[in-house]
Design a protein around this ligand. Structure first.
Ligand SMILES: [Zn+2]
Ligand SMILES: [Zn+2]
Length: 433
């Protein structure tokens, strides 16, 4: 791996990045994982090597495992340009949010927990493609898959651990970083709200736009467009417009006076209320835009909370929250307590403190469900391995892992813990039959 930088273009494999110019664009982090796999080195070895070549101080925890690699700050800029230089693959910045760095505030943009859409992984496999992480998954404002209209998964169906996507030295996108279970295919779709689906579709348009357009977004143009929107919808009165989008008057005033760029969450509120698409708003492009009639003001604006909530507010209606938790624990598709807390916009610790019994019921239902799913996966794998064992015997050969590996697809073998033990068990069963 260590080579002089005389010909940087030959240092790393020029893998083709996936999905540029589509809502399903691959994230830089995913590309980096695949690059490490392709060179058979660990992620930390590869990142240390690159950091050394470019003379950076390297903080793996902070840079690599956080969502910052895919964001719009220095970390994303350094890594996308370095990897572009070393692979010879141009414009890897389009696999981060850098194309929007002038118009979107960095605050709260990246998600620091790893989520994924199981159905996207499943489709990758079924269509014979390499599974990869979508950039959209690491954007905080996105809570659902735009393509599959369902929520994200954050727990491995095999071992029940979170952080299953990429917290490991070697990561093959699509397989659990702890136990190797394939992260695609969960039988139950995870429900998503219409507001989450709408936001996700808008962000998808934004991601598609950034891959197809060279022109840089310009904050002055955006602010000019915003002023025009406020003029047309609310006769230029900031307070009225602020009330519509559920933010404070001073926040709107601050944008208009050049005090900083809006957050992505704020842009989504504006887009919903003004009935304009997110990329057009981010480009400050009002061609063809007409203010919506009073009755048409986007239905979804109702789904956005009116004011940012104080997460430690003690004046909550706990009776209502407990009732809500009870009904959540009866949903056809079980949800985790963390997901329930997210939907209620509450800290999970507060749920344990004030709705302990309801929280524990919901949580144990989720654990049982995860367990069940794990068992199901094991049963399916067992069946496939048993069939392969019988084939091996029919061919007059001895059963061993190598023979089985040649007959059973890798994602099935990877989906179970302790394949060797399972194989022994199957052998014993076959001998008894
Ligand atoms: Zn999906
Ligand atoms: Zn796992």
């Amino acid at each position: 791996m260590r080579q002089p930088l005389k010909n940087p273009r030959s240092v790393l494999h020029a893998l083709l990045p996936f999905g540029a110019g589509t809502p399903e664009v691959e994230s830089l982090q995913s590309y980096f994982c695949r690059l490490a796999v392709s060179h058979s080195v660990s992620i930390s070895a590869l990142s240390r090597e690159i950091a050394e070549m470019f003379g950076w101080e390297f903080r793996q925890r902070r840079e690599w495992y956080s969502g910052n690699l895919n964001g719009l700050g220095e970390v994303a800029r350094n890594w996308s340009s370095a990897i572009s230089a070393l692979t010879g693959v141009a414009q890897l910045n389009r696999h981060t949010l850098l194309p929007w760095h002038t118009v979107i505030a960095q605050t709260g943009l990246s998600r620091h927990r790893s989520h994924w859409c199981p159905q996207c992984f499943q489709e990758d496999i079924e269509s014979g493609n390499t599974p990869y992480f979508r950039l959209a998954w690491d954007i905080n404002a996105v809570n659902a898959c735009a393509k599959h209209k369902s929520g994200f998964e954050h727990v491995c169906p095999g071992c029940g651990q979170s952080n299953a996507r990429h917290s490991s030295a070697y990561v093959t996108p699509g397989w659990c970083a702890h136990c190797g279970t394939f992260l695609g295919k969960s039988k139950e779709t995870i429900p998503a709200t219409p507001a989450d689906i709408w936001k996700s579709i808008q962000v998808g348009h934004m991601l598609a736009h950034q891959g197809n357009n060279q022109s840089d977004a310009d904050l002055d143009k955006v602010i000019e467009a915003l002023a025009a929107i406020i003029e047309r919808m609310d006769s230029g009165i900031y307070a009225h417009f602020a009330a519509r989008i559920g933010l404070s008057k001073s926040t709107v005033h601050n944008w208009l006076k050049g005090g900083g760029a809006p957050t992505l969450a704020a842009y989504l509120r504006i887009a919903a209320v003004a009935g304009i698409s997110l990329p057009k708003l981010l480009m400050g492009d009002l061609t063809g835009w007409e203010p919506p009639a009073k009755t048409e003001i986007h239905q979804l604006s109702l789904s956005f909370p009116k004011q940012p909530k104080n997460r430690h507010n003690h004046n909550r209606d706990w009776d209502a929250i407990r009732a809500e938790l009870v009904s959540m624990s009866k949903l056809p598709a079980p949800i985790s307590l963390l997901e329930a807390a997210r939907r209620l916009d509450l800290d999970v610790r507060l749920l344990y403190l004030n709705a302990n019994k309801e929280a524990r019921i919901l949580s144990s239902r989720w654990k049982e469900y995860i367990q069940r799913r794990g068992n199901q996966t094991r049963e399916n794998a067992k069946e496939a391995i048993k069939a392969a064992c019988q084939d091996v015997l029919a061919e007059g050969k001895a059963i061993n892992l190598r023979e089985i590996e040649a007959k059973v697809p890798r994602e099935i073998l990877n989906s179970v813990d302790g394949v060797i033990d399972l194989l022994q068990q199957i052998k014993a069963e076959i001998l008894e039959e």
